[in-house]
Write a protein that binds this ligand. Structure first.
Ligand code: FE2
Length: 371
């Protein structure tokens, strides 16, 4: 049994400058980022590295089309190490570029076992959500299939993950809220996964504690209070990333992918839209075991009764980020069957980690309740 997979070195710095010196960033490096981060944190370093901006290839969640174009551009630079500074989109595409060997995404998805990464890969997360800096998965919208799918290979583990809280200072509030909700969901799903271990649960529950208690402060003191807590949110997202890197995410992620893939809802937000709906269906089937532990833990943090844990968490989350219905995202009622089919056909990698098995009729019921 895998207790905890640790493949990536963890580092932290108070500034980008400190990182660049310690990692001897130079001309052989290709930095993949977005312009605002480049202009504020990298340009002042006056280092002659190569740079690619993700927004030059497309906006929103990463697609196979964007990744293929970026693989071609990156290959032309002759880089030896890729340094990715950004959110989930930047990180997911960086993993693919570094491991592609110049091949395109359809080819990589067709035979993940043949992937061999020959370039260095260092990841600097600039959101506090994905935990992707320590996982072996990259999620792209496969536009030809109309859904998001994960590409999994140990070759996608970065050599180093570097936590630098200043990179989150310019993150807009809504992106901060959605990404930290994603981290909370990673922590909850991995703790409830049948693959959870005492090691992963240590990380999951610590992440839940940090995120919920910080949320309570933000709900009381206002949005700007988050700035003083960025280092702890960044650490919590990393703990959750390590936890789900071993124990896996589950039905919340699976049900969110058709919504994200078809309606281009950002990852954290689409997860948030289905999160407690999935949890409330789990407890209709089974309330004991790890669910009982989880609900007691959340109730203690939110000051509610264990039986009200999901409602009280819903109420707290709603004060930070209003939750929309599926209808609110433009989903048509007749698409819910199609969404349920997509989950059952394409997301078994995730569904296998659900707290209890959810069949097609249950998945459809959840979508209908959230409609
Ligand atoms: Fe996620």
């Amino acid at each position: 049994m895998k207790e905890l997979i640790l493949k990536t070195e963890l580092h932290s710095f108070t500034s980008c400058r400190g990182f660049a010196e310690a990692f001897a960033v130079g001309a052989d490096d290709l930095v993949l980022t977005i312009r605002p981060l480049y202009e504020k944190y990298f340009m002042p370093l006056s280092i002659p590295f190569k740079v690619l901006f993700i927004e030059d290839f497309g906006l929103g969640e990463p697609t196979d089309v964007m990744a293929d174009a970026m693989i071609d551009e990156a290959e032309k630079t002759g880089f030896r190490r890729l340094i990715a500074a950004g959110g989930g989109s930047v990180i997911d595409i960086a993993k693919i570029i570094a491991a592609s060997g110049g091949r395109h995404t359809d080819e990589l998805y067709a035979a993940p076992s043949e992937i061999r990464r020959s370039k260095g890969l260092v990841i600097l997360p600039a959101t506090c959500g994905t935990g992707s800096e320590v996982t072996n998965i990259s999620i792209l919208n496969r536009t030809r299939l109309g859904t998001k799918m994960g590409l999994v290979s140990d070759e996608l583990f970065a050599d180093a993950a570097v936590l630098i809280p200043e990179l989150l200072e310019e993150l807009p509030y809504e992106a901060f809220a959605a990404s930290s909700a994603d981290a909370l969901i990673h922590a909850v799903e991995s703790a409830l996964s049948p693959k959870a271990t005492s090691f992963t649960k240590l990380l999951s529950y610590k992440a839940i504690e940090i995120i919920i208690s910080n949320y309570a402060v933000i709900a009381a003191k206002g949005r700007e209070s988050r700035i003083g807590m960025l280092a702890s949110f960044l650490a919590a997202a990393n703990y959750a990333g390590l936890a789900f890197g071993t124990a896996g995410c589950a039905a919340v992620h699976a049900l969110s992918y058709p919504l994200g893939g078809k309606y281009h809802v950002p990852h954290g937000e689409s997860n948030y839209a289905v999160f407690t709906g999935v949890m409330k269906n789990y407890i209709e089937i089974k309330k004991d075991g790890e669910m009982e532990v989880m609900m007691g833990f959340i109730a203690a943090l939110t000051g509610s009764k264990p039986s009200d844990a999901w409602d009280s968490l819903d109420a707290l989350l709603g004060r930070l980020l209003p939750k929309k219905t599926l209808r609110g995202y433009g989903v048509r009622e007749d698409e819910l069957e199609e969404f349920a089919d997509s989950v059952i056909e394409r997301q078994q990698r995730l569904m296998a980690n659900s707290f209890v098995p959810l069949d097609r009729s249950r998945v459809l019921k959840i979508y209908r309740e959230l409609y």
